[in-house]
Design a protein. Structure first.
Length: 128
């Protein structure tokens, strides 16, 4: 049976989808962009500030599902400019410890709300 995961500590869905869906101990995380949950406005500043906001949003959804960011087994990162790849790596190392999740970093033409970074992933909760 699937369970809808929702929290007000992450941005509300901006379309017909859930923040995450939990099936057993697996959680499928919808894409998160750098929206500030309280205002639903994009985080201002440089891309590093938006990357941190995305990780904060993902953390909130993971915790709402009963897990943690560290339990993400697959992370997808979408960037409108792949020259930010090194910045993503540097910031990701602040949020994850080994073993790191499997990952893809994909260059795309554009993202929702005109942002420059989005991430989604799959979480497997080990304490299920």
């Amino acid at each position: 049976m699937r369970e809808i995961i929702a929290t007000d500590k992450a941005p509300q869905a901006i379309g017909p989808y859930s923040q995450a869906i939990k099936v057993g101990n697996t959680v499928y995380l919808s894409g998160q962009i750098a929206l500030i949950p309280e205002t639903m406005e994009l985080r201002a500043g440089d891309i590093s500030e938006r990357i941190h906001q995305v990780f904060q949003n993902l953390t909130a959804v993971c915790e709402s599902a009963g897990g943690s960011l560290q339990e993400i087994v697959k992370l997808n990162i979408f960037l409108t400019d792949l020259s930010h790849f090194a910045t993503v790596n540097e910031i990701m190392a602040e949020y994850f410890q080994q073993p790191y999740p499997a990952r893809a970093a994909i260059g795309v033409k554009e993202l929702p709300k005109g942002t420059d970074v989005e991430m989604d992933g799959i979480l497997v909760i080990s304490s299920y």
